[in-house]
Design a protein around this ligand. Structure first.
Ligand code: UT7
Length: 310
């Protein structure tokens, strides 16, 4: 039995905050933000929309897309570093709101790599035959933990949510290989006290190295080569970081998602948000081999090679 994605959905807040808007709030410039990060604008959630709301909106779409009901879900996993509150978990809040009466529920804390951790966890339950349908969500309201007076971090992040329903898929499709990892010694480079604190240069160096390595590792584990990759969906942290991963895989520009331009870094939500974008653009098709790869605070990382389709 292979576990794969059988439905997907996303939610992005309506409010667009451009670099020009940020210029009015802090000592920064559109030019600096574009050249150093690739970001042109990001979405920021309204005061009365929290992480669980965004997760819910994305989940409803994913369930519709999967053509299953919430009552059929066996497990809900929500990757987030911005839960509404420490407990109950966002996953439990969704369990009630969706009416997923038989589902177990928990949040996953692996920062920007959280969605990769969630998908790999779901795969284990599905392929062992323990559970059939699992909702995996990446949802973040980073705007509530960003210090809007710190230009080093405030310009980078955005809010949003992406959800997938995972379940058994046809032979040859679904997750073909994965890698997860962590290095707690790097925890000091990216963490939250009251606000997000980051040593940008250290995280940058780690990200460039780890994203490339993890892409190569999942290909090796699957017995595949760079030439087999149809599309790359990296965690959308910074255009320079994702470009390095693309070059490592020797892929042309149009074979990688670069939604960081429009949505900034939405942490655990960025990979599923980007997959929806590329599906809608016709860039991901059935039987394509896609590589997803993420890294984040912890430090954590994760990559998945997946043959698209139900
Ligand atoms: O999901 C994981 C989350 N984190 C990341 O992915 C972040 C990884 N790191 C990065 O993306 C980059 O390191 C940054 C985009 C954060 C920074 O780019 P950089 O090329 O590493 O710049 P830097 O930190 O070396 O700063 C260069 C200069 C500094 O000025 P001085 O000291 O050279 O005078 C900063 O103070 O740019 C300054 N600076 C800014 N200037 C205008 C930093 N932030 C800004 C800003 N606007 N927003």
């Amino acid at each position: 039995m292979n576990a794969g994605i059988i439905g997907i959905g996303r939610y992005l807040p309506e409010k667009v905050v451009t670099n020009l808007d940020l210029e009015k709030m802090m000592d920064t410039s559109d030019e600096w933000i574009r050249t150093r990060t690739g970001i042109e604008e990001r979405r920021i959630a309204a005061d009365d929309i929290d992480t669980s709301d965004m997760a819910y909106f994305a989940a409803v779409k994913a369930l519709e897309n999967a053509r299953i009901s919430a009552a059929e879900l066996d497990l809900i996993l929500v990757a987030t570093v911005t839960p509404d509150r420490p407990f109950p978990s966002v996953a439990c809040m969704l369990q009630e709101r969706l009416g997923a009466t038989k589902a177990a529920a928990l949040d996953i804390s692996a920062a920007c790599a959280g969605f990769m951790y969630g998908m790999v966890t779901a795969k284990q339950f599905i392929e062992s035959g323990t559970y059939r349908y699992i909702l995996v969500i990446g949802a973040e309201k980073l705007s509530k933990i960003v210090n809007w007076e710190d230009r080093n971090t405030a310009v980078l992040f955005g809010d949003g949510a992406g959800a997938v329903v995972m379940g058994p898929v046809s032979e040859g499709r679904g997750i073909v290989s994965f890698e997860l990892g962590a290095d707690g010694t790097g925890g000091k480079h990216l963490y939250q006290d009251e606000y997000v604190v980051m040593n940008g240069r250290e995280v940058f160096k780690f990200a460039v190295r780890q994203m490339g390595e993890s892409c190569i590792h999942v290909l090796e584990k699957a017995g595949l080569s760079k030439q087999d990759v149809d599309f790359l969906v990296p965690h959308q942290a910074n255009i320079r970081i994702v470009e390095a991963a693309r070059q490592r895989l020797e892929l042309p520009e149009d074979k990688m998602s670069a939604t960081v331009r429009k949505y900034g870094n939405t942490s655990a939500a960025s990979i599923p948000i980007s997959i929806v974008e590329e599906l809608e653009a016709g860039k991901i098709k059935d039987d394509d081999l896609i590589i997803m790869v993420g890294f984040g605070g912890g430090l954590t990382w994760g990559a998945i090679a997946l043959r698209w389709g139900r």
